[in-house]
Ligand binder design. Sequence first.
Ligand code: PLP
Length: 432
Amino acid sequence: MNNLELKNRDLDVLWHPCTQMKDHETLPLIPIKKAHGVYLEDFDGNRYIDAISSWWVNLFGHTNAYINTKIKEQLDSLEHVILAGFTHEQVVRLSERLVKLSPEGLQKCFYSDNGSSAVEVALKMSYHAHLNDGKKRTLFVSLTNSYHGETIGALSVGDVQLYKETYEPLLMHSIQTQVPKDMSIEAAQVAACGFEELCKNRADEISAIILEPLVQGAGSMHMYHPEFLKLVREICDTYDIHFIADEVMVGFGRTGELFACNHADITPDFLVLSKGLTGGYLPLSVVLTTNEIYAKFYCDYNEHKAFLHSHSYTGNALACASANATLDIFENDNIIEKNRDTAKYMGKKLEKFLTLSNVKEIRQTGMICAVELQEYAPELRMGLKIYQYGLQHGVLLRPLGNVIYFMPPYIINKIEIDIMMDTALDAIKGLV
Ligand SMILES: *Cc1c(COP(=O)(O)O)cnc(C)c1O
């Protein structure tokens, strides 16, 4: 088997996500044979550093020996069981640990199997909690430039223009309030004032605000100050509006704390987690909430207040085993500390990009670094050029428009960081 053979078989029968399939007439599709650590290897023996953690999910490298062992162990005792009326050890243990590790006050875990569906869970739970209190609040607020997934509900609260335009007639109504325009504390205050204005006028319609704490991932790695989270928390308390923290991307150590909300020392009413939850192995997501919210659904059967949501693979045992193994590594290997060192090293290298005339801005939050190019027209597809250059030089970069970012697995070493970032630097130089 080689790259070409598998690519041709693939294109006969597969339709890939987030892809104009016609591009593959000229762009090679890359069949991966195996992966280890930060490296992916294709069927022709080419190796690529996975600078984007395979769509932001991988934390401790591919085919991690410890996680592999734990999943294999679980495989021989229980692969999956219905989570209604039944439970299992892995899901109980995982929930106990998440309650303990997450911001103070989050006490109950509701599982799903991907980030978008967990966002749906949080939206429904928020609406339903108000409803059980006798209040009908149908409106959700999100930030401009936000992304919360691609199912209809999650898409409705996102603010990605391309998606919105296309699917607009299918979406439920939501409103956007301005995201802080940069990482300054002033920008955080200005944006919070905007949200408060909105609440003053329409609080009795608003169920919740949903936001990506500190970094808007798909929104080109736009970053803002933790003060914004503090202020939003206060406003939510004043107006009895729920705070949904979508930490699908920023959760599990990406920002320098285990959860991004920790930077502001706040507890959201709903914490949405997925991506890194299983270390990047298996699909799993969870919504954590407070006992206060939970209590609003707790009553005699005939009062009909129970939460109405389920997925076939809710709380899958293999995925939970993978998540427990991931948390073991956090506990045993001092990961958050180590990440701070790695982030510092990446930050130093990031400064070099400012010397290039076609770079407009650099930004960093923990293990996420971004380089924004000057405003090239979208038709030039500069990101695609960087992507292709990266592949030719052994690095998987996947720019978002004119923004090149680095979000590698945490186990990346300095030599690999050098290769990853120097390759991007050369790619950007080559554009001028
Ligand atoms: C990726 C992502 C989602 C959606 O998760 P999927 O598993 O891709 O459905 C939701 N919110 C944020 C912030 C994300 O980055």
